[in-house]
Structure formats: C-alpha cells, structure tokens
Design a binder for this molecule. Structure first.
Ligand SMILES: [Zn+2]
Length: 283
C-alpha cells in the first residue's frame, strides 16, 4: 500500500470525536517532502493529511463506536525508520496513539411507510437485502491511495434538508438502524452532483438504497448517493467536483423524491455535514 502526502493546504473536516463523527489526531511534524506516517484504526487504513506543518490522522467513527478510549496504530514513514539511530525495522517502530470518543445522543425520527413490504420483508427480499448489504460493506472498505483527496465538500443537490445524520429511526413504529446519511428533498429529475472529485467505484440498484452511485475520493473517503431516478456515470469514470452523476428520484425504500447522501471514512459512515464549508472551518 502506497500512501502519498496530501497537499499542504488541505482543509480538514470539523472535528467531532463522537460516534458518527471524525476525530482529528496530530501525528507529529510534517517536514519538507517527507512521506506521511501510516495509520490504522482497527483493520482499516486511515487518511493522513498535512495541516499547518503537521500530520493529522482523519479518523472516521462509525455510529456503533463505543464511547471511551480507543487507539490508532501508527507507523512512521520508511525514511524516518531508516534514519533512526537504532536502525530498527518498521514493525518495531509502530506506536499507538490513544484518543477518547465521547457519547452522543441523536434525536429520534418516526417514519410511516404505506408500502409495508419495505418494512416487513419477505424471505426473498430479506435474502436479497442481506446480500446487498454485504456487497455495500465491502465497497465501503475500499482503499485507493491518492495525493489529491479533497476534504471540503459542496452540497450534492439543491433542496430542503429533511433528514439529518444519526437520527434513530422508527419505521411504522418499529426501531430500525440509525440514519447514516444526510437527506435532501428535491424534485424528481433534479441533478445530483459530485461533492468532490473522485473516481466512480460502482453503481447498482439496491432493495433499500435504490439506484446508487459510489464515488471514491481516495484514501478511504467515499461518497454514496442513493434513491436516484437515473444514473449518468459508470464504474471507472473520473468525475470532477460539481459534475452531474444522475438525477434525484425515489428508487428503493423512500417516501418521496430525495437524495440520501452518505460519506464513508475508513469504512465508517460519518456525518457529511462535517465536510461542508462553514465559518471557522477554513485554515
Ligand atoms: Zn436518508
């Protein structure tokens, strides 16, 4: 795995060391053209960015991350290891960086679906949904080293924000998995745009998510666009920020036309709003 340094001017997401948030962990000075340290959270490699002359691990925290103490495994770049007086190997030089994840209580949302077949699944639909969920999880763990990951997103559709990230959802009164994305209600057929540049990793038509596009921004950062009416890109396409990926729709499990936008960081679905430009978020 080759990890390249990001540009010096990387704008980082807002730090929120809570389930569904992003922890920013300083990893030491970034000097000259030196390669960044490498970092892992559990099994997943972690994005490392350069900010104000230091390396910062940008760690995605899944909604089911238990609050409390966690550790990042950090390995210095090969050049630093070779120059160390002890001449130790890379494996011996690994360190652990401890950090704390706070608790966060997200609000509840109650949704009524007239089509109960999307709530109480038949055996065939359940089997299909489970297969798709496994495939989606595999896509979310995708890693591609890149030296130009853009961490400052634009909103991918114009419309009314109707569902915040993290909502604890009840469908027809029954508790379901929390809302791991950001919903924007918009007219069917309005454009869905790439929130940052990247490469289309996959597209598919899923039971819950409907017509869906995955864009890989590099270094474990991905965006997922769901419930589309039409998809205009295919796997392997390079897309620029603002490029149309498809049209807003209500395919899959949706109560009306909207874009469900998910953001994945080191395999974890995190709050997309942390990546949107806001006052005080610029370096
Ligand atoms: Zn949604």
């Amino acid at each position: 795995m080759l990890l390249l340094p990001l540009p010096a001017g990387a704008t980082l997401p807002r730090a929120a060391s809570v389930p569904g948030g992003v922890a920013l962990l300083p990893l030491g000075p970034a000097t000259g053209t030196a390669a960044p340290p490498r970092a892992w959270f559990g099994e997943q490699p972690v994005l490392v960015a350069r900010r104000d002359g230091e390396w910062v691990a940008v760690v995605g925290l899944a909604l089911d991350t238990p609050p409390g103490r966690h550790e990042l495994l950090v390995q210095p770049p090969p050049a630093v290891v070779a120059a160390s007086p002890a001449g130790e190997g890379a494996a011996a030089a690994s360190t652990r960086v401890a950090f704390n994840v706070g608790a966060k209580e997200y609000p509840a949302q109650r949704i009524t679906l007239k089509d109960s077949s999307k709530v109480d699944l038949s055996a065939a639909d359940l089997a299909r949904a489970e297969t798709e969920i496994a495939e989606i999880r595999r896509l979310q763990r995708h890693w591609r080293a890149a030296d130009d990951t853009d961490l400052e997103f634009i909103v991918p559709a114009e419309g009314r924000m109707t569902g915040r990230f993290g909502l604890r959802r009840y469908f027809n009164g029954a508790a379901r998995s929390p809302h791991a994305g950001f919903d924007i209600a918009a007219a069917r057929g309005s454009p869905v745009r790439a929130n940052a540049h990247g490469i289309v990793l996959a597209s598919g038509d899923y039971f819950f998510n409907g017509r869906t596009v995955f864009v890989d921004h590099g270094n474990g950062l991905l965006s997922v666009y769901c419930h589309l009416d039409r998809v205009d890109v295919q796997a392997g396409d390079a897309v620029v920020k603002g490029q149309r990926l498809g049209l807003v729709g209500m395919s899959g499990r949706a109560t009306g036309p909207h874009l469900h936008w998910g953001v994945v960081l080191n395999g974890a679905l995190v709050d997309p709003q942390l990546f949107l430009a806001a006052r005080g978020n610029r370096r």
